[in-house]
Design a protein around this ligand. Structure first.
Ligand code: NAD
Ligand code: MG
Length: 378
């Protein structure tokens, strides 16, 4: 479990707990130690606890961990341990570009990877998918939209697919006038109407950059061209996404907004079992709304299509620019609207490479972060 103390990590452990011992945890990894990680280790008794930040590892004493649990530190150790033959499935839920290295190692080792860390596919989609083909790894999406599409695709053959339709909640600013967006605060942006998630993805939902990243994720995961991916705003977050087939039939997957369901789907695939996720109450009515996204107020969506269309280094640049700009916004250095602005500018101006290696991608990631830094101080 990579990123065990985060929002996806905790939901994953709920699913494991609810399995009544059928599922067990071999390794827990998080950035820093803290009580949460120690408590998880005591509850799940993994063979390994890995702390990415070596400075933080010093905070854990051997006596904090249960007998039989060993401690390792640093992302090299994590990338090595994740290849272990004891591991069947890897849940990849570290946030941001930091998740690439261990996810790459899991794919290279041919694991079944339940992928929440969409940034890995946004940065290096073609390379990761090729690697999976070579190693025999299976990548199953945890992102609720892609989980829905994975399920809906089972309704027809690949050549019968006309379009993927990603739903978006619209975030906290779905109805906010454009003139007010420049001055919204991190506190307002962190108040998501339907999902409770980590800070970075919550800001991504407010800018709708999350949907941009998901367009790119879908482009590589399902090998579908950018122009066949649409976005529709659906404020209730009940329909998690749809596949439109050539005959006009649209197949949707729906469930109450609860990440434990797509996580369980990815962990248990191809089986379905009872689990802890919330269910509909069919005795109380509800309605579903759909509306097109407003490209003026949410320019990020266009950037997602653009990066998915161009491929190469475009995804890595958009991802790094966004990640650095979100941090800048949270730190009070950038305005909310500058997140999409600086990301769009760097996407346009960066030294584009059509067939980058993994090293090229890491290089452009670092370059982009420096550029955002320069934008922030100017
Ligand atoms: P989060 O911030 O709640 O948790 C992040 C986790 O990653 C924490 O356990 C943290 O300790 C760990 N981490 C951070 N940096 C690390 C590093 N360098 N090395 C090792 N561990 C590190 O984030 P989240 O909301 O759980 O999101 C995780 C991933 O899942 C993101 O890629 C996000 O886009 C994706 N995702 C999340 C949701 C959701 O509902 N939260 C939905 C879909 C996709
Ligand atoms: Mg999603």
């Amino acid at each position: 479990m990579l990123g065990s103390t985060g929002s996806i990590g905790k939901s994953t452990l709920d699913v494991v707990r609810a399995s009544g011992g059928r599922l067990s945890i071999y390794l827990l990894a998080a950035r820093a130690s803290g009580r949460a990680l120690i408590e998880q280790a005591r509850a799940f008794r993994p063979s390994w606890v890995v702390v990415a930040d070596p400075a933080a590892a010093e905070g854990i004493r051997g006596s904090d961990l249960p007998a039989g649990t060993r401690l390792a530190e640093g992302d090299d150790a994590l990338a090595e341990l994740v290849r272990g033959p004891e591991i069947d499935r890897v849940v990849s839920a570290i946030v941001g570009a930091a998740g690439l290295k261990s996810t790459w190692a899991a794919v290279e080792a041919g694991k079944t990877v339940a992928l929440a860390n969409k940034e890995t596919l946004v940065m290096a989609g073609p390379l990761v998918m090729k690697l999976a083909e070579r190693s025999g790894a299976t990548i199953l999406p945890v992102d609720s939209e892609h989980s829905a599409i994975h399920q809906a695709l089972a309704s027809g053959a690949r050549h019968e697919v006309a379009r993927l339709v990603l739903t978006a909640s619209g975030g906290p600013f779905r109805t906010t006038p454009a003139s007010e967006l420049a001055t919204v605060t991190p506190e307002q942006a962190l108040r998501h109407p339907t999902w409770s998630m980590g800070r970075k993805i919550t800001i991504d939902s407010a800018t709708m950059m999350n949907k941009a990243l998901e367009i790119i994720e879908a482009r590589w995961l399902f090998d579908i061209p950018s122009e066949k991916i649409s976005v529709v705003v659906h404020p209730q977050s009940v329909v998690h996404s749809m596949v439109e087939f050539v005959d006009g039939s649209v197949v949707a997957q729906m469930s109450p907004p609860d990440m434990r369901l797509p996580i369980q789907y990815a962990i248990e695939h191809p089986h379905r079992r009872p689990g802890p996720a919330r269910r509909f109450d069919w005795n109380s009515g509800f309605s579903l709304d759909f509306e097109p996204p407003d490209p003026e107020r949410f320019p990020a969506i266009r950037l997602g299509h653009e990066a998915a269309r161009r491929g190469g280094t475009a995804g890595a640049v958009l991802n790094a620019a966004n990640e650095a700009a979100v941090q800048g916004f949270l730190d009070g250095e950038l305005a909310f609207t500058e997140i999409a602005e600086v990301s769009g500018r760097l996407l346009e101006e960066h030294p584009f490479e059509a067939e980058p290696s993994l090293e090229d991608i890491c290089g452009i990631d670092a370059w982009t972060r420096e550029e955002v830094q320069r934008w922030s101080v100017s």
